[in-house]
Design a protein around this ligand. Sequence first.
Ligand code: HAM
Length: 429
Amino acid sequence: MSEPISFEPPRGMRDFYPEDMVWRNRVFDAWRQASVAHGFQPYDACVVENLALLQRKSGEEVSEQIYHFEDKSGRKLALRPEMTPTLARMIAARQGQMTFPVKWFTVAQCFRYERMTRGRKREHYQWNMDIVGEDSVSAEAELLAAAAAGLSAMGMPDSGYRIHVNNRALLAELLASSGIDAQHHAAVFLALDKRGKISDAEITALLETEGLDTEAVRKTFDLLAVQTLDQAAALAAPDSVAVKALRDLFALAEIYGIADRLVFDMSVIRGLAYYTGIVFEAFDAERKFRAIFGGGRYDSLLTAIGGAPTPAVGLGFGDVVIVEVLKDLLGDTAATEKRGVTVGYMFPEQRDAATRLARDLREREPVSLMLAPQKPKQFFARASASSSADAIFIGPDDVTRGTAKRKNLATREETDIWILERADSKQET
Ligand code: HAM
């Protein structure tokens, strides 16, 4: 006999049962609502992408985690691990015809062969918002305000999270003034991003492989000890563009009303090689979970894939961590909203009356119709466990009278309703 089939999905992949979909929909609805409210247009692409577009030889974790395969004609393809290269490809393909800046959003399923830890799966949905063609920090501010609106729409209190902001251009400036050549910066960023995931000794080894001597390694680590933007500014040139961009962003954040959640944090570097400027990562206020979202400015990616030089900034916000954070803050069932009514009946003779009533009520509210007769006890137990707010149970006497009781399952309050004619045309209280 062949092996029994497992009921588990493949490792790292998720099944979404109805109780999981409640959370997923809450998050997706908030993402879409915030995107539209901030003037982002939707776009989409296939989850299968050309492998060559996704592979970068930079020692990034994400490019080592790609699920890839060959199709029957030998094309090298992959399941996308992120959306940004695809977005860049789509923009590059129509660059001549587009009016910039463009503001696009999508909710994209992404695949990464990750080591499975809390908050990390091998498949996740990621809200992406990107602004392409705008080089001022107005773009960063707009993005962060939209992300904050998304969080608020899903029930996240403002005090529940912080957005940690840094600027790779500032780090580059400070590394250069410590005598570390620009050619090493990208590798230094990727090494420093591993802080907390691997030991400082291992990071030191990575930096030494890159050609940094003991003094340069020490100076690199010293930079991470900087606590405030004022301290960083004191180390930078008086006319530092990178410091000015950060100060501008913090000032704009005041106007957007999100400044209370923004913090300067020199340790935020990001693990993707393409970022060139401001970078950010949001965490729950207690830092119990992984990053809620992350992003930044990537002004060279369009050119790297063969497009015309175009500034860009964007973010990716996954559905895994945020649901863990929201359940922790609000409770496991907080997303469950009781709405509409469950309709049931006692004997086969009341089936038609119940069906007619369900048909009429469905014109204005969700109705769950029981598809077989039931005893009242059984019916009310099932209705209470469902997502309905109310229940209507039809017995033989109700049909004779032409009325039934609509019961609020939480308060047990009852209201008489007509059941033989259109339910919405006559209603008694
Ligand atoms: P990222 O930091 O690799 O950035 O991912 C962004 C977010 O996606 C993370 O903060 C997390 O919420 C979620 N995420 C990533 N990997 C996983 C995983 N294995 N399991 C669960 N959630 C995950 C990017 O992907 C950039 N492309 C974002 C971006 C868009 N930058 C500019 N535009």
